[in-house]
Structures are given as C-alpha cells and as structure tokens.
Design a binder for this molecule. Sequence first.
Ligand SMILES: *Cc1c(COP(=O)(O)O)cnc(C)c1O
Length: 468
Amino acid sequence: MSSLVRVDYRSDTVTRPTQEMLSAMVNAPVGDDVYQDDPTVHQLEKKCADLCGMEAGLFVCSGVMSNQIALRCHLKPMEEVICDHRAHVYRSEQGGIMFHSNASVMPIIPHEGSTHITAQQIEAKINTKVDYHTPISSVISLENTIMGTVVPVEEIAATHTLARKHGLKMHLDGARIWNASTATGIELKQYGQYFDSISLCLSKGLGAPIGSVLVGSKDFIALARRYRKLFGGGWRQAGLLAGAAIYAIDNIWPLLKKDHENAQKLSKGLIEMGFKITVPVETNFVFVNGEDINFSFRHAHPFLLAHGVLITPNGFNCRMAVHHQVTSEGVDLTLSLIKQLITSRFIYRVMSNEDYKKSVVDDHYPGTAQEIKEGFLHFSTKETIRQSAEIYQKGVKDLVLLKIDPLKLTDLDALRWVTVSTRQSKAFPHLHGKLPLSAVVSEKHIPFDEKTQAHDWSESEVIEQVEQ
Ligand SMILES: *Cc1c(COP(=O)(O)O)cnc(C)c1O
C-alpha cells in the first residue's frame, strides 16, 4: 500500500517488521532447518512448546499449513472434524480437510446470541459408532479467539472432558490465542492442557512477517514434520524468520493489551455516532454496521483512503482489525473522518432505490459509469458545487449535494450541501430526516450540460423545504 496509508484496518496481518525486528532477523544464527540444525528455529519451537506446556514444536510458513498438518496427523479418511461453522479450518482453508485428509466436517452454529459453540452442542454431534452412513468423529477443533471473541476456558475444559470420554483428539486453532490470553490473563499453558495440538500464528497480532508454530507431543511433531515435507514446507535458513518471531513474542505480545484498548476506543466512538457493533469487542476486532444511520462503508472507503485510513468495506458492514501499528492517534483520525462523513453526507449516491440497495450490499457493484449514463448520478465537478453554492446564497438553505467520488474532490467545505431532486426524493423516502436535507429541488429545471458534463442548477427551483 502507498505510504499515504497511515491506519490500516484490513487485518492484523498487515503489520510491517519494525527496525528492531529486522535487526533481530539479521543477527539470528541460522542453519538448515530440513537438517534440523537451525539454532534459532529450535529456540522458537522450544519457546512456543514451553509456553503451551507441550513437548515439542514445529515452525511452519503459515497458519493454514499448521492447521492442516495437525488435522492430517489426527485424522484418517472417513473420519470427521467437529468445529464451529465459522472456523477458519473449515471455511477459509480451501476445503483442506477434505483435500489433505479425505475427511469431513461437522459444523456447529452457536446458540442465538452466543459467541461460541458449547460442549453440550458438540456432544450431541459426536458419532463414534461404526455404521454404513456416518463418518466417525475423531477430532474436535476449537478456535480461540474466534471473530475476536474469547472462548471461555470452562467451556474448553468441558469440551476436553467429553473428548476424552469419547476418545476424540482436541486441536486448537490458536492463531490469536495470544490475544485470548492477553484479554483473560489465562496463561497459554492453562489452555494447552486441554489440547493435543495447538497452532499459533506469529504473523497476526504479534507482527512477525511470516510463520506459525504447531505444538504437541514429541511423536505428534515427528509425524507433523514428515507431513510438512510432504506439503512442500521444509525450509532451510528459516532461522531468519524465527528470529523475527522470537522478537515478536518477547516485544510485541505485551503490546496486545494496547491493541485491545484501541479497539474499545474505536468501538465506543462508533457507538456514539449511532453505529451498531455486531460482535462483542473482546480483543482486537471491531465488527461494525452502519445501516441504522444509513452509512455505507463501501461509499466511505475512497474518502477514508484519501485521508490515509484503509478498510475492507462490505456494504453497510466493516470488520476493523486493530494491531500494534494502529495507534491511538490513528483511531482518533478514523473517528473524526467518519464523523465528517456523517455530518457532510456527501457519500450518498443518486440512483434508483433498487440500485442503491444493490450498491450497498455488493462491494463489486460496477456502478458509476452506468449510473452516469442513466442519469442517476449528478455532478461531481467543482463547477456544480459552485453553482450549488450560488443557489445557497440566493437564499436556499442546505442544498443536498450527492457526491460519490470524494477522491476527486479535496474541497470538503464545499460539500456541506446536498441536493435531491423530486425523483430522488420519491425514491428515497428513508433519506428524509436522516440526511441534513432541507430542500427538494424540482428535477425538470435542472438541465444537463453535455460540454461541462454538469447540471446547471442555476435554473432550479425549490419546491419543498424539509425540516432538518
Ligand atoms: C489467519 C488465520 C489462520 C492461518 O492463516 P495464514 O494466513 O495461513 O497464516 C488460521 N486460523 C485463523 C483463525 C486465522 O485467523
């Protein structure tokens, strides 16, 4: 991303190595990890195994590789993994359980209002009886945190008890177990006692450039090492990356607390502006929805980007990930930009109701060109703003200016007015009272000038004043 981006909320994977981390990499002694003689890799693997109370560890290039190797070690064909229906191992790894392990998945949906699945729900799905139809349950895979929420340790303990009762293995996708531990104060070891294997990501909140560590028993890791080779994951002077990871555990893990505080600050600020937070903010993720205040993140995206704030918009929704390179000042900047958008409202498009709905739910909606052709979109030039301003001076209060491309416009002060034509006004009854809308302008009086590609508002007529 360009150097313009100051605050990047897309994920906690987007962090860049700091100078200190780069020095740690350069100074790390290395060997050849396929020959198992890279001292820094050994140090990292031992460190992670010790932290989790496990016998051994294996450094791999990604969290997906770590999870999939672990599950491959635990599974045989015609067996089944029980997990949350949102689990990364199920939804976000290209169906790897089916591909690598020839096994299936029993996804479970948490109870209404709950952020995690329960031991009771899992027990109801366990099948250990051999029959002609159903696969045998052999692994329970939990994810902690999941969507930024912490799975209670009591629930994990209860799940562990029933896994032992039925002879199932326990795997933890602990990509963000660092965050869970930070939020709860529960040591990794305490979580570790309930699992046969844990996958820990170093390139999420910890900010290392690459890598995950899989931990478990010695025998398990010996088998995992063979699968790593099979998956093409044997690597050589990996100590350079292990050096960064060790630095991250020692120096960036303690900063996660600050990330969680910043996420709280962000979510509080958003709530104050009328946004809904759709998932409890327990660690570093803020899931936000702007439908109640008619705020589309898709439409806000170019404006935020122009001011150095990068998000992944999803219509009215947005997942904002906080990490150690999102500062408290970055959160302040974000909130003030969003506030500007809410008060100026210039991100609203003029288009048919149906198209409007389409555009806010579909980020890939082609939009603009077609809309301009069909006349849904009005001005985007300075000239039209000037004309609007002239009408304003003639005594029309608060024209409604529907502006869709803030990137092309830097003069924010000019964007305080919004004009809505009669047709638009009819198409958007819901805008009344939500937009700072105080004038509805008759459409037939707004000729379009082909040459300047702008509407000539000078002839327009105010037909209705709407209370603000
Ligand atoms: C990111 C992530 C992974 C693995 O991701 P990689 O991009 O392969 O490192 C696994 N599980 C969860 C929950 C994750 O968020």
